[in-house]
Design a protein around this ligand. Structure first.
Ligand code: FAD
Length: 486
């Protein structure tokens, strides 16, 4: 269930003394945290829904330390919870409340080893934040084409372990498409070195792709080789008012018809969600003359430095305005304006957090089904909980909608969250009917394990279990995530 009651950290189980001593010798005091005040922040998720406990937080400084620490924990049968930036939306990086597990944090593994201009790659340790990696690429005139609102905290290990998506998936794919090479410590402490910069390498199973999206259940990602792109030399960004999701999709189709490769991002925001941002986030007023039922944020990019992109943007928007598809629009005239338009989009999760309790449905459906999905799911949720604020937004160009449900104004958050499964199941039934997925990019974590048998049961879940069992027969690596209790 959502919203666990916090447990006092003093109830943490202690590490077995021989393990404690061996870890202290291996990692030093900076790498082994045991005081309740030190480990507490690692045991609560970003949404403060899950309050776990742990015996210690291990902070290895490199792969070798990580491998030795994992081997020691395995010998002592201590469960391990890998953690990066701790921004999971599904409680994926939070330990359970037995206090027996250790959190293994990558926050000290922050070296960027190499940026290769010939192969267009970056070799990084897992604890480098996505933002730091993006900035390092940008300094070299390159683009790390993955962008999410949590990029200041989420790190390379975390984004690969969750196969993060985000704003640029529509153009460059998910984290999976960017992972050229990877290194991971397996649950027994062995190091799986797949750090190859090859775009063509058909030598058996693509094991790196097994680790990508495994949510810390198969091992700890310690390093990666990330594919980069040449940085776009021109960019055009516009916020457009539209009537609804269908209007946003029609606008997306209009851009795609002209030049699909120019679309770097295409985001949807409902009027309800936008209003929360405008009201609750300082410095984020609506930059249009009046509120609209829905909005699209479109960004085009091109390696050409000429004004062809501006023409494309103006042509498509001009026609859309004439046809009434778009009722108002603002184009960024400077980098500062571009950033303020993106800030408005990126603050949707934070604004919903400030608006009270919310239930997040990170779903995907085929593009053509999005309007039906939003329409049916809105009606069903409003019937379920009168006064509920249905506030969807998301990466509509990928068919990914964060169909978020915010508590009625003034309602009791706990009473609202007590109905979490009713809301999630109501939405999921419609997603299922339309051929979608109950988790588009956030993963399963511990929040959605209960959905796995119905959605991924039979041979699919059984194959996942066999893989898990082969690599982690003691079920020590991030137990309780992805798989429902047997
Ligand atoms: P954590 O939260 O620390 O961990 C996430 C999972 O990965 C856990 O299961 C953990 O055990 C595992 N893990 C972490 N590090 C490792 C490692 N080195 N090896 C193995 N397993 C590991 N997600 C998107 O996809 N797209 C978005 O647009 C998006 N927007 C977000 C906006 C906000 C405001 C927030 C708070 C979250 C958002 N997320 C989004 C979700 C989250 O940021 C991503 O899932 C991110 O990839 C998690 O990275 P992290 O480093 O914080 O991982």
């Amino acid at each position: 269930p959502l919203l666990q009651e916090p447990a006092p950290m003093s109830e943490n189980a202690a590490l077995p003394q021989p393990l404690h001593d061996a870890l202290l010798q291996l990692l030093g005091p900076a790498g082994l945290l045991t005081a309740a005040s030190d480990v507490d922040p690692f045991c609560i998720d970003w949404r403060a829904l899950y309050h776990g406990k742990c015996a210690a937080v291990l902070r290895p400084a490199n792969t070798e330390e990580c491998a030795k620490a994992v081997a020691l924990c395995n010998q002592h049968n201590v469960p391990m919870v890998p953690q990066g930036g701790n921004t999971s939306m599904v409680g994926g990086a939070t330990p359970d409340n037995t206090g027996k597990a250790v959190v293994i944090s990558t926050t000290r593994m922050t070296r960027i080893h190499d940026i290769d201009h010939a192969d267009l790659t970056m070799t990084v340790e897992a604890g480098v934040t996505l933002k730091a990696a993006q900035d390092a690429a940008a300094k070299e005139g390159l683009l790390l084409p993955l962008s999410i609102s949590s990029e200041g905290s989420a790190d390379i290990g975390g984004i690969l372990a969750t196969n993060a998506g985000g704003n640029n998936t529509v153009r460059y794919g998910n984290a999976r498409e960017l992972a050229l090479g990877l290194e991971a410590v397996l649950p027994d402490g062995n190091v799986l070195n797949l750090m190859r910069k090859l775009r063509k390498d058909n030598t058996g199973y693509a094991l790196r792709q097994l680790l990508v999206g495994s949510e810390g259940t198969l091992g700890i990602i310690t390093q990666a080789i990330i594919q980069l792109q040449p940085a776009p030399r021109s960019r055009e960004t516009a916020l457009c008012a539209v009537a609804d999701a269908k209007g946003a999709l029609d606008l997306f189709a209009a851009f795609r018809k002209q030049d699909p490769s120019a679309i770097q991002a295409f985001e949807f925001m409902s009027g309800t969600s936008m209003a929360l941002v405008n009201k609750l986030i300082e410095g984020a007023p609506l930059p249009l003359s009046e509120p609209a039922p829905a909005y699209a944020l479109v960004e085009l990019g091109s390696p050409r430095g000429d004004d062809s992109l501006r023409s494309l943007m103006e042509d498509v928007l001009g026609t859309a305005l004439e046809d009434g598809l778009v009722t108002d629009a603002v184009l960024a005239e400077s980098e500062a304006q571009r950033q303020s338009l993106w800030m408005i989009r990126e603050e949707h999760a934070e604004a919903q957090k400030r608006a009270g309790a919310s239930v997040k449905n990170d779903v995907s459906v085929p593009l053509a089904a999005i309007p039906t999905f939003i329409d049916e799911a809105t009606k069903a949720c409003e019937a379920l909980i009168p006064g509920i604020r249905v506030a969807p937004f998301g990466h509509i160009g990928d068919g990914n909608i964060h169909f978020n449900l915010v508590q009625p104004e003034g309602a009791d958050p706990k009473a609202f969250l007590a109905q979490d499964h009713a809301m999630m199941d109501t939405v999921a039934a419609i997603v299922r009917k339309l051929g979608g997925s109950f988790s588009a990019e956030h993963g399963v974590g511990q929040l959605k394990t209960y959905m796995m048998p119905e959605w991924r049961g039979g041979a699919e879940l059984e194959t996942m279990r066999r893989i898990k069992n082969a690599l982690d027969p003691k079920n020590l690596m991030n137990p309780g995530k992805i798989f429902p209790a047997a």
